[in-house]
Design a protein. Structure first.
Length: 119
């Protein structure tokens, strides 16, 4: 298992990613939620999805949710306001992939911070 190192963990505590979660309502219909999750909580979030019932708001902040699939208006707002990239979505199915995503996010944040120092 690829755990985050100490500096990655510190950055992950300050980094938030927006996830699109799809599921099924208690009545059996399709539902979705865009959830803002701290990068250091991605493992917990991924593991919690395997349990029922799963409540995303226990692991992050629900930005938008609804029945079925997100409308074009919702998708556009998520892209504009939160930088969500629907074309670059990936499945995060286990702890290793959650750690990989957290690591990449922290690298991107560190790189941005370094660029602002260099400017």
């Amino acid at each position: 298992m690829t755990e985050l190192n100490r500096s990655e963990k510190l950055l992950a505590e300050r980094t938030v990613c927006v996830l699109l979660v799809r599921g099924e309502s208690p009545e059996g219909g399709a539902v979705y939620a865009y959830v803002a999750v701290r990068a250091d909580r991605l493992n917990e979030f991924v593991e919690a999805q395997k349990q029922e019932p799963f409540y995303p708001d226990e692991y992050g902040v629900i930005i938008e949710s609804g029945v079925g699939e997100p409308s074009e208006e919702v998708r556009t707002r998520m892209e504009r306001d939160y930088g969500f990239n629907h074309q670059a979505m990936m499945d995060i199915q286990d702890r290793d992939s959650a750690n990989d995503v957290a690591r990449e996010l922290t690298k991107a944040v560190a790189s941005q911070k370094q660029s602002s120092f260099d400017a």
